[in-house]
Design a protein around this ligand. Sequence first.
Ligand SMILES: Cc1ncc(COP(=O)(O)O)c(C=O)c1O
Length: 486
Amino acid sequence: MLQSPKAPYVRLRIERAASSSFSRADIIGAVRREYASGRLPAGSRMPPVRVLQHQLGISKNTAQEAYEELIADGVLTNRKRLGYFVDAPRKHQRIHTPTPASIATIKMSFAAVAPARAPRQGRKPIDLGSVFIERDILPMQKLAQCFRAVLRDSGLRADYDRQGFAPLRHLIAQRLVKRGIPARADDVIITTGSQQALDIVTRALDCKAVATESPAYGIAKLLFEMNQMRVSALPLDPFKGADLDRWRETIAAARPAIMYVTSSFQNPTGYSYSTAELMQLLELSQEFQCGIVEDDWGSDMLSFSEFRPPLRALGGEHVLYVNSFTKKLLPSLRIGYLLANEATREPLLAAKQVATLANPPIIDAVLYEFISRGYYDAHLRSLQAELDVRYKACLDALSATMPPEVRWTTPGGGPVLWLELPPRVDIQKLAAELATKDVRVDLRTASWFVGEPHLNGLRIGYASLPTQRLRQGLDLLGRAVKRALA
Ligand SMILES: Cc1ncc(COP(=O)(O)O)c(C=O)c1O
């Protein structure tokens, strides 16, 4: 049977006059004091007698007698089974209780952010800009098996390790070593997606200055800005590469603490840095004593289970290396990691601790199970093959539908490419027109570029759509572009 909810009771601070035990007078004194101050709202429920008895270690009689005396004083009333309540204020008593309405006028100042995308209503649009991989090609059944296995093996732990489940950290380190990245489990910090890895680096840095590739992964840029970092632009043209002379000038002038770089299948352009470019970044880093945060969200999305050397493999330990399982395995698992080094591990762990204390070990354990059963490698192989199919379908559709003035990048892996439109195409207008046809494109240009955009294009995500819908969406986009150019 549902019990009617009780009113919450007021908080009282009762001081003990004598050192031994609480007395009736202590309770009376406390209530009178608060009542006289006008800060005990009339009609408030008093702590029940048994609560006082339990909390103060007194007899029921002591508490009851105190309340009876307060009734005689006209401070409390007894509503029988409901308990004791604060009486109406006396005439001329000044009341000091602020109301939620009066408090609502206080304005707290927060960083301005762009509004989130409106929730979808009605028919599902064809979302051409998503970086996600479609749920249907993610290994749901096998993940569920691993969850069940972990729960069976008492996976519900009460304790946690702030650095993350040790067996998983060992496994990650071993995998990195196999790919030519020297790594020790002690330097692996499990994080809530790679987003938390970026967050803890931002928190832990002393010098709040970052240079980021521009365009950049927008939520990293927002993270830097929200933390009042000085953000400078390292311009990237996905058709020509990084303008490393400009990067040098910027780094020399701004003296950032770190460079933020996405070495493979960059978001939003799909660009992968050449090994020669990565070497030059390492030189810049050395010359200006500037750290590197390498976001390697993409390397697992290269075909044929091949890998290309990331910055961490080329530059060694001082490159902070970030990677994630979310996109490739399941976005809602929210699990990634940061490969630190001996000097940075402790401050980064402290930053993680203030952010979340730790991550849920059960998720770490499920991932451990998934990888050690060989499921992850098998999944990556089939995922890469499916991404290849979608990538090819995307290139074919673009060739068939886009007018000659339109260019696009050819990443050969990862989930996105960049479609560059002639400057005279107004992308906002194009997006509005496409919205009427249930096609959505991502227009968060302001969140990608530091300063004025030097590109006029769109991110195309080919991993999130089955090929049929992808073709349909690109066909509508192609027609809209042709109309805009006509
Ligand atoms: C380049 C890049 N890095 C990091 C992230 C953060 O992802 P997660 O926290 O899911 O690992 C994203 C998300 O889209 C991304 O595109």
